[in-house]
Design a protein around this ligand. Structure first.
Ligand code: HSE
Length: 332
């Protein structure tokens, strides 16, 4: 039986979450058949072997902070034979790098790519999809939007045949955590932001979250991938949550509303900003949850909710993409 060779690029929270799930051989074999991990790279080093011991790799990463072999991702792509790259490096929304270069090289080499990195898709969605098609491989990106919450494959596969009229929802767990905590505990913004940072749910640069940048990036991915649009990050009108006060919550609550950071795309607009949400609206969710309301012409309204951030949760979306790539072959 063919042994699928996986390469993991990026060994931060998501990469380590993926490695932990891949240790469970029985679970993954049922999805994709026989597999082995042949390369793991972080920002400083790598491990290369025909069959990497993932437990050991995680131990080394925890103990040493980085992986031992002095090899870059580019060098690995050039020299190591693999079938699928799990591109899990951090997001840069302006340049898409380093993920953009990694993904292009892997697709050109004829390898499938599964990514959690928003940057490359925000910067070059159409170009990357064309490149994947030309090379007869798949580029999958469920983990880029909504963490574990299924939305991309749900719309592409389960709502196939529908025209998507609008997508509206909460796409940033950090902001939702901050706002729902401000609502419940009547605490000021800065105090709750510090808590969110301690919990490790915020991006390395938390302004990505609280200025609405992360939500806008996810909205661009949804618009291009699911609504056949060709939009850029600059097309999104963005307002963050940094100016929301406990007083604003008090006034809203008196009238039966709360405040949430809402991202919305329809034919006319792409917007991210704090909005009043009725307390009995399904979008009135708490903690790091994400949720979206999808309006379509045939199925009408579909609502999804799920964990929008977290290591294992986001890794769950990466694994589901991997399963999707190989599902046809396994089911033959
Ligand atoms: N920082 C993001 C969030 C998680 O809080 O939703 C990754 O997209």
């Amino acid at each position: 039986m063919y042994m699928i060779k996986l390469a993991i690029f990026g060994f931060g929270a998501v990469g380590r979450g993926v490695a932990k799930i891949l240790i469970d051989k029985e679970r993954i074999r049922r999805l994709i058949g026989e597999y082995t991990v042949v390369a793991i790279a972080d920002s400083k080093g790598a491990i290369i072997s025909d069959s990497i011991d993932l437990k050991k790799a995680l131990e080394i990463k925890n103990k040493e902070g980085s992986l031992p072999e002095r090899l870059t991702v580019d060098e690995i792509i050039d020299s190591v034979d693999f079938d699928v790259a799990l591109e899990l490096t951090p997001t840069n929304i302006k340049t898409g790098e380093p993920g953009l270069t990694h993904i292009k090289k892997c697709l050109k080499k004829g390898c499938h790519v599964v990514t959690s990195n928003k940057g490359p898709l925000v910067v070059a969605y159409k170009e990357l999809m064309k490149l994947a098609e030309k090379n007869n491989v798949k580029l999958m990106f469920e983990a880029t939007v909504g963490g574990a919450m299924p939305v991309i494959k749900l719309i592409k596969r389960d709502l196939a045949g529908n025209n998507i009229i609008s997508i509206k929802g909460i796409l940033n767990g950090t902001c939702n955590y901050i706002l729902s905590k401000m609502e419940k505990e009547k605490l000021p913004y800065d105090v709750v932001l510090s808590e969110a940072k301690e919990l490790g749910i915020a991006e390395a640069n938390e302004s990505y979250d609280v200025e609405g940048i992360d939500s806008a990036a996810k909205l661009v991915i949804l618009a291009n991938a699911l609504m056949n649009m060709d939009v850029k990050f600059d097309d999104v009108e963005i307002v963050g949550i940094t100016k929301i006060t406990p007083e604003a919550f008090e006034i809203a609550m008196e009238k039966g509303y709360t405040i949430r950071l809402i991202a919305e795309v329809n034919e006319q607009t792409l917007k991210v900003g704090p909005r009043l949400v009725s307390l009995n609206n399904p979008l009135c969710i708490h903690g790091t949850l994400n949720a979206v309301l999808i309006k379509t012409d045939l199925a009408k309204e579909v609502f999804v909710i799920g964990r929008g951030a977290g290591s294992i949760e986001t890794a769950s979306a990466v694994i589901s993409d991997l399963a999707e790539i190989y599902s046809c072959e396994v089911n033959k």
